[in-house]
Ligand binder design. Structure first.
Ligand SMILES: CC(C)CCC[C@@H](C)[C@H]1CC[C@H]2[C@@H]3CC=C4C[C@@H](O[C@@H]5O[C@H](CO)[C@@H](O)[C@H](O)[C@H]5O)CC[C@]4(C)[C@H]3CC[C@]12C
Length: 913
């Protein structure tokens, strides 16, 4: 009976009926048909989707973690990482969260924001309904939550294609910064097994049962497979029920710290490890099928076509199909391919109709485990017509043996236009692969011949952390998996044109930033969105948190980004517009202030900054300070003195602008009585823990930078301010346990803000937190952090959801604004880092763990970590930049490790108080 059952020992147990999903053979309708085929060697094709419910009586779960509970396989897969985010393909996330909407706003908040609501609606209507453009934040059409996402494919800035954890190709960012959400059903891997010249099993490796391509055998039983993500790699392990064959697909993207070439490539590689547990040889084929397009309406716009290709170079041969997607704006070519080598044959089908039954493809593969295709190019698609292609890699796996098949997906969209279509930009990878639009074969070849090197580098980077037994497993998953946003944050990485004639840049270079042009020429321009739903590039108040990932892993990109910000500081945009929060009219951008963002991909980023029009951010208190803090932090970590020298005048200019916010001349800035900082719907009045703390830290760093640069006059100026400001800060805000939210004396001014130590966070990260540089008394910082841990963390949701932004001293979340009772994941990771810096290591881990478990395990928001969630019901802004701040935890840990004698004890998580 052995070959048809999932495996010996499970076959025939109660509740097993129908559980084998697609395991009964190549499109067999019933077990008796399968049995007949087995005995007679007759193979039948699937005609219609087979109703094989794979639910049944639950059996003892081999895995303990909740996300793996439903896994019924026993195979560990081949080479799967130990740490990471793992779940069974049959898993379902139970908690149905909603995007924050008007219905979630309390009556008090409705009254508070009625003006904004009306102004926003008027603006939104004009933008989306009259101008037919999309809104940079669409509050009225939030992206619905889909608990499906897994690791994205692709390097940095060349676009990304996200695969879901069930293997689907479902999130597309090929047009820069613009997301298309949709699973393309034709994009699949299909396995065909043949023994002694007969096909014995053919199955789409998907648990879907779609209503197209119904001639394919869908509905693989998710209980026999699991997904494991450890960005930039992911594994899918499939036990083929009844076949004694295990497939492990390892997905690799070139995301390699300190690498500025391969990390820019728009490619992903799939390495299929096939383990044959049988006593006979098996011929195994993996077919990779793909639609020409991303499932959007342009797929039917006509004029698309496919063609086969082979490329042999340095004795390595790659074969596949190019899918030319010929849109008017941002045309691109997709390439699916496989590596040909001794014992591995590659065949293809250059075109099929993905909207039909797909029988011709299925039967073709079923027949001999290969694909046949007429020679030459396909014809152009007609309007309304879709086309797809497939490539198939085949080999013989000896009895009890193992073989590897290597496949790749590449996409080549070298020249891009943003929404305004004013300027043509060349992506970073074009400097290595050209901008002619014909690079897909070379990209595929390069990916398939270099992925081993990429993996060696990825392992050399990740292993010291993964092998550190002191670190909890969830942290290892969080640290690497949150990094997805560096590529999948609508990220773009473009070249500065060689003949750059941008007057603004030239002016700045002449005005003293001697390394501006060399840096931008060598490393290009980098930008990522505030969030996939908050479509603004390099939102600076948020990047402040996320920048740790960039400066630690790709420091040159952080430096390049900072140069871009420095240029915008010097520029102005005199156009007037109305701001939505308060309704006042003011200039888009003032000179000598840091912008909120460098623009909307729907417009012309870099050219027109400040896409954000909720507030006039020239009056925000945090942006200028965050520039100064990053400049010194970057210098401290990179020791790049040219950068420091170039940024110094800019730091002085923004600090001069900031000084006007010290209205009472006590050395401490005051907030303006509106939400004038990153918490842009949480009003602050007078001196505040958050902005006041950032201010003192920035003043301290000005002193330090002046010292490094030998500018005694400026050093003295800022020393004087610092001494006065420190005294004012303690006097106005310290209450004996923590720093009050603000000094306004309002009902909520003594709220406990989770982010009150943000200034100390940066000081500590730069080693400026002790001795002559101690800005905040150590004992006060530790007391504040302990209070936050006790109140914002442990008294909120039982200590299981991270830290709420604002907590009343009574232990109730602060509901004085729509943001004070939210948890901001990126703020929580930053808080955890601050705790670690200050020696509250266990508290730090406990705090951060709540967010990881909530987002990744409870809410099913993997690879789309939101900006915020509340204790119940709602979240806000999926796939957000700020959580990259988790890398500051790593910096804090590394700093501690370099200072303390080594310990082998795992980090203990404290119990509830
Ligand atoms: C009259 C209506 C029925 C009542 C309507 C109330 C709503 C208008 C408001 C309730 C909640 C408000 C939103 C809260 C958060 C926002 C985010 C902000 O953008 C970015 O936010 C980051 C903080 O999360 C910040 O750090 C970044 O710098 C910002 O780029 C934009 C405003 C808003 C969407 C805000 C808008 C109004 C409400 C929906």
């Amino acid at each position: 009976s052995g070959t048809l059952g999932p495996r010996s020992g499970t076959l025939g147990r109660p509740g097993d009926r129908g559980r084998s999903g697609g395991g009964e053979g190549p499109g067999f309708r019933t077990r008796s048909e399968a049995g007949l085929a087995r005995h007679t060697g007759v193979v039948m094709a699937a005609a219609a989707p087979l109703e094989r419910p794979c639910e049944g009586t639950a059996v003892a779960a081999p895995a303990s973690a909740p996300l793996e509970r439903l896994y019924e396989g026993t195979a560990p897969g081949r080479g799967v990482a130990a740490a990471g985010w793992r779940l069974c393909l049959a898993h379902r996330f139970e908690e149905p969260r909603q995007p924050y909407g008007a219905g979630d706003v309390s009556f008090r908040d409705v009254l508070r924001h009625i003006g904004l609501g009306l102004r926003y609606f008027r603006w939104w209507y004009k933008k989306t309904r009259i101008e037919k453009k999309s809104a940079f934040i669409d509050l009225l059409c939030a992206v619905p939550l889909q608990q499906i996402y897994g690791c994205p494919l692709g390097g940095i800035g060349g676009g990304t294609i996200t695969r879901g954890w069930r293997g689907e190709f479902c999130r597309w960012q090929l047009n820069p910064g613009i997301y298309h959400y949709g699973t393309v059903i034709a994009d699949q891997f299909t396995v065909c097994l043949r023994c002694k010249g007969q096909t014995v099993y053919q199955q789409v490796l998907s648990i879907e049962k779609p209503n197209t391509l119904q001639g394919w055998n869908w509905g693989y039983c998710g209980h026999y497979a699991f997904y494991h993500a450890l960005y930039p790699r992911a594994w899918m392990v499939y036990e083929l029920p009844g076949q004694n064959v295990v497939l492990t697909c390892r997905q690799v993207s070139p995301v390699i710290p300190h690498d500025y070439k391969d990390s820019s490539l728009p490619v992903g590689v799939f390495i299929w490890e096939v383990e044959n547990g049988r006593d006979e040889d098996v011929d195994v084929s993996i077919m990779f099928s793909m639609q020409n397009g991303m499932g959007a309406k342009q797929d039917k716009s006509g004029g698309h076509w496919n063609e086969p290709f082979t490329l042999e170079k340095d004795g390595e041969r790659v074969a596949g199909v190019l899918l030319h997607h010929c849109t008017r704006v941002n045309p691109f070519t997709l390439a699916i391919s496989a590596r040909e080598k001794a014992g591995t044959g590659v065949t293809h089908l250059k075109a099929f109709n993905p909207a039909g039954l797909g029988r011709e493809v299925w039967q073709d593969l079923l027949h001999d485990g290969r694909l046949e295709s007429p020679p030459g190019k396909s014809k152009l698609t007609e309007k309304g017509e879709l086309t797809a292609a497939a490539v198939c890699a085949s080999c013989t796996v000896p009895a009890r043996g193992h073989r590897t098949l290597e496949m790749a997906l590449a996409w080549d969209m070298p020249c891009i236009h943003f929404g305004s279509r004013e300027k043509l930009h060349l992506r970073r990878y074009t400097r290595f692969f050209g901008s002619g639009g014909d690079a897909a074969p070379a990209l595929s070849h390069y990916a398939l011949t270099h992925y081993k090197e990429w993996e060696r580098k990825i392992e050399a980077w990740q292993n010291p952390i993964l092998e550190n037994s002191q670190l909890p497993s969830w942290y290892k998953s969080a640290l690497f998996n949150e990094l997805y946003f560096v590529t999948d944050g609508g990220t773009i990485w473009v070249e500065l044109p060689p003949d750059c004639c941008d007057e603004d840049l030239r002016g700045q270079a002449a005005a003293g930033m001697s390394h501006l042009l060399p840096v931008l020429r060598e490393y290009g321009r980098f930008a990522y969105l505030e969030g996939q739903e908050y479509r603004m590039y390099n939102t600076y108040d948020v990047h402040f948190y996320a920048s740790f990932a960039l400066v630690m892993l790709w420091p040159k990109l952080q430096i390049s980004l900072q140069y871009d910000i420095a240029v915008t500081v010097m520029n102005e945009d005199v156009q007037l517009r109305q701001y939505l929060m308060c309704g006042q009219t003011a200039q888009v951008k003032l000179k000598n202030v840091v912008p909120h963002d460098i623009g909307d991909p729907g417009d012309e980023p870099w050219q027109r900054v400040n896409a954000y029009l909720m507030h006039d951010t020239a009056d925000w208190k945090d942006l200028n300070l965050k520039f100064v803090l990053q400049v010194y932090r970057d210098y401290y970590l990179t020791q790049d003195s040219m950068y420091l020298q170039d940024m110094w005048p800019v730091c002085q200019a923004v600090m001069e602008s900031e000084l006007k916010f010290d209205t009472d001349n006590d050395g401490l800035i005051e907030n303006g009585g509106f939400a004038d900082q990153t918490y842009d719907a949480w009003v602050v009045n007078g001196a505040s823990a958050y902005c006041g703390g950032l201010w003192l830290a920035a003043v301290c760093m000005m002193c330090k930078m002046a010292e490094v640069l030998g500018d005694a006059k400026i050093q003295q100026k800022y020393m004087d301010i610092l001494n006065k400001g420190k005294e004012a800060f303690e006097r106005k805000l310290w209450n004996g346990k923590y720093y009050n939210y603000d000094s306004s004396g309002s009902d909520a001014s003594n709220s406990i803000m989770s982010d009150q130590c943000a200034g100390q966070w940066f000081l500590g990260a730069c080693g400026l937190d002790q001795g002559e540089f101690e800005v905040f008394p150590k004992s006060h910082i530790v007391s504040a952090l302990r209070t936050i841990f006790e109140k914002n963390v442990m008294s909120f949701a039982g200590g299981t959801m991270g830290a709420v932004n604002g907590m009343r001293p009574s232990g109730q979340p602060d509901t004085s604004s729509v943001q004070s009772n939210e948890v901001w994941v990126g703020v929580v990771y930053a808080l955890a880092a601050t705790m670690i810096q200050e020696g509250l290591v266990e508290e730090g881990f406990r705090t951060a763990e709540g967010c990881y478990r909530t987002v990744w395990e409870q809410l099913g928001m993997a690879f789309q970590t939101p900006e915020a969630y509340r204790e119940k019901k709602v979240y806000r802004s999926l796939a957000y930049m700020r959580p990259l701040s988790i890398w500051s935890m790593q910096l804090a840990l590394e700093r501690r490790a370099s200072q303390a004698p080594a310990s082998t004890e795992p980090i203990q998580v404290p119990n509830h108080p």
